[in-house]
Design a protein around this ligand. Sequence first.
Ligand SMILES: Cc1cc2nc3c(=O)[nH]c(=O)nc-3n(C[C@H](O)[C@H](O)[C@H](O)COP(=O)(O)O)c2cc1C
Length: 279
Amino acid sequence: MDEDAGSMQRVFNSGAGAIVTKSIGLKPRDGYANPTLVELEHGLLNAMGLPNPGIDLFIDELKKLKNSNISIIGSIFGSNVYEFVKLSEKMQQCKVDALELNMSCPHAKGYGLEIGSDPKLVKEITSKVKKSVEIPVFVKLSPNLTNIVEIAQSAETGNADAIVAINTLKAMKIDIELKMPVLSNKIGGYSGNAIKPIGIRCVYEISKNVDIPVIGVGGITTGEDAIEYFMAGASAIQIGSGIYYRGIDIFKTICDEIEIWMKKHRYNDLSAIIGVAHL
Ligand SMILES: Cc1cc2nc3c(=O)[nH]c(=O)nc-3n(C[C@H](O)[C@H](O)[C@H](O)COP(=O)(O)O)c2cc1C
């Protein structure tokens, strides 16, 4: 979906508690040529290539929402400390409620995973961003790591306010008739239902080993998926591919399904189930 003020307002009106923007960089980027997104048997494979209008144009879009009551989490990506700090300051100026540092894109060379797999760099970027803004800073991590806990702890040491887990998994689809990869970028990121067990494992491991909140994302399409993430230790959840499968009403539907589950199991307070699966 194109992300403009109107689409963010529409998602918010359909029951989302907050909107995370597409990741925004310093300069406009076209992203990769088509095909950039393909539906597979159990999930979506994408390599968009971080297309975005660049922070200065995006700010104009955000300004249109200045009188609305939407909570916005500004997602940013950069290739070094300077870019992350600059973007954070600009995002803060347009009154976003929090920042999400995308250090986990699996398919954009020089960005994302190359940064998010280096514990020292994760700590340095997080800590420099924290010193330059007053709003909360979340760090979004990749599951394509040998040790996601170590990276989460680096973000925590850098004073992150929360960890977001997980971004997509590096994956590939080959068309056997054409004998070639389906995506123009060949390799992309896998999302949707198939990755939920991996997201659950990451959230479980991270939340057992850090003292800051963990926001769970990956394959959530039902209220029961959300409950599973809460039990794994997530304090909040995000929905991405679920919009493709269940439409824009998914936010309200999942809230209703969570409430039904809680009533059935005699819970009044969601916080009572956060991390209950930790032994
Ligand atoms: C088409 C598409 C575009 C995405 N773009 C971004 C992005 O710009 N920044 C980011 O941090 N994650 C991005 N993601 C990853 C999602 O935010 C999410 O972490 C991942 O898809 C797993 O959640 P899901 O299974 O609910 O989609 C994208 C995912 C998809 C499918």
